[in-house]
Ligand binder design. Sequence first.
Ligand code: SF4
Length: 393
Amino acid sequence: MQPRAPSKTPADRKDGRHVKANDIPPQGVYLPNNNIMAPHMKSPEYVQLSTAAAITLGIMGGRMYRCACTRCLNLLLTYPEGCRANCAYCGLARHREADRDYADRNFIRVDWPAVPMAEIIDIVARDPENSPFHRMCISMITHPRSEDDTFTVLKQWTDKIDPSAIPVSILSNPTTMTRDDVQKTKDLGADIFTVALDAATPDLFDRTRGKGVQSPHKWSKYWDIMLEARDIFGPQKFGAHIIVGMGESEHEALQLVQDIVELGGHSHMFCFFPEQGSLMDHLPATPRDQWRRVQLARYLIDYRDVRVDQMKFDELGQVLDYGVSEVELADIVNEGIAFRTSGCPGKFQDDVSACDRPYGDSPPSDIASFPFQPVKKDIKEIRKQLKIPVRSG
Ligand code: SF4
């Protein structure tokens, strides 16, 4: 799973120069590929939001396969020069400035329209109690302005919308953050603080989002900020994102899940999918059997008090035994929650994520994380993918 080398960025496209050379004022909602180079379309006045959130908010038309709406309003800070990091699996990475303006880049498989923050708040503030959204999340990206702009966006939101009606999560950018910054997000009303470790081991981290791809991130700094968040936000209110299938073993991914549980946090897992335009777009998506095993085992560790050392692994680190009885395992598989998208909780129950990110880690034709409750035919397919004899219960 070796990332390809980035191509050279022509000087006139570096740091968003190509966009900044224009002086076109932004006008309301910007849909990706409008190709209007509006250099002032930036946070905190503007944010980008997922296609699913834009459809749910009524800003964009469209329908989502087997989903009525998304429960999480995922926001992304936005700047003409974009994210300054270069993570190999990410559609927002810096190297893409060579061929695509920031506002037009795909991220976790979808487009992210840019919308004035005030417009989003106006719509949601009309009736937060009955909003389809169970949570709002600010993704910080790597940019010198991202802390200050996160504080502003968060404050604008909590000034108008009671965070107990729609709680807020921060998907942080540890590289540029201090303990005081973490504290400030809490003081301004954030409920959960997460770090996107993404890579499951220090070596993989370095290769995919550190020195290996001329990106500024360091594993140790991510851990420092996660531990600050643990201290400040408390148990069950912090966690880490992990992408499965970038070269780690199943045991390595699950040991990380266990480590985070022992600290009192949760892990939110994605299945690796080769994002178009990223430095890993030539690599295969995680095989479904591998993904399902890790997904199931992560659920057992995170929500059913099973420990990784109760599980059995082969010499390659592949799960052989989940450490629970066959009957219990069959019940959990049949219940289906283990295979839903993982993330910060919504209003239904603790193990059901508000953040359902529809089809962020797979196409709808071969679902990795289910953005809805899997039904009988889905469970049948999951059992096949698990390649383990599971009683039908
Ligand atoms: S820091 Fe986040 S948004 Fe930026 S390239 Fe890395 S994964 Fe993508």
